[in-house]
Design a protein around this ligand. Sequence first.
Ligand code: SF4
Length: 288
Amino acid sequence: MPKPLPPCASSCTAAQLALFAPPAATPAAPAAEFDWDRQHVVVIGDSGGKDSGATVHTVCRAAEEAGQLHKVRVLHCDLGSTPGGHSIEWPGAADVARRRAAAYGVPFAVRRSTRWPSLWERILSHGRWPGHFARFCTSDTKTAVGRVYIDELAAELRLGEPIRAGYAMGMRAEESKARAQKPVIERHRMSGKGTLRIVTTWLPIQQLTTAEVWQLHEEHGIERHEAYDRGMRRLSCRACPLAKTEDLVRSAQLNPELFAEYAEAEVQMGDQFKKSISLREIIERARS
Ligand code: SF4
């Protein structure tokens, strides 16, 4: 269970953001405030990873302080399995996300793409692996799933007007330049021209470093997936072309059957898994 709120909790989230604000030399944009009153619901995407854990904690604590916890939902997007029956995500990721939602007393849902039975089918149909400039994996098996879930909530709430939803994600500036440049709060392109839904994305932990994310876990008893204790530094897909080679080598050691299946697909597709290294080479390194 998460630890109780500290005495300073009334401004905990704001203080946290201020604490990790850019140095004074950098012209700082005014801190964006998340408008809880405007939203009918606030969905948190939880992949089961550490950044999701920190996000669930930060959003739920802020919601409690604002008296808005009843609006919060946690969504885990299930990426399905390979034809060989191997889970594309780390097994147990959905369970970690479920327990984290329960720890804060908020509803939890698991949803999968209505179009693609799994990320595997999506990749094969594309004929190429995802890349930094081809994030069809996240747009089709996560963003699109989030949009359908928000529409589901709209139908459930029978609002009689377009649903206004917050969508909190665990992206962090440290991960890439693109993520560093994203506004903390912005209207999302899934907003349907003012007719179906108005979605505001929120990156509440954008300015946290990896060390600070782990510190939050320790200080507040946030559950972490066991893969981190087995040498992984990031979660979600067990074989992600965007992951660092050393993480893929470690994952190949822990998931040899899954990697063998991915390596077969690499040969069939005729597209190297990562620009810098093939799956065959990753597997060889994992064995050495
Ligand atoms: S972990 Fe990698 S392959 Fe999986 S959805 Fe995310 S970016 Fe795409």
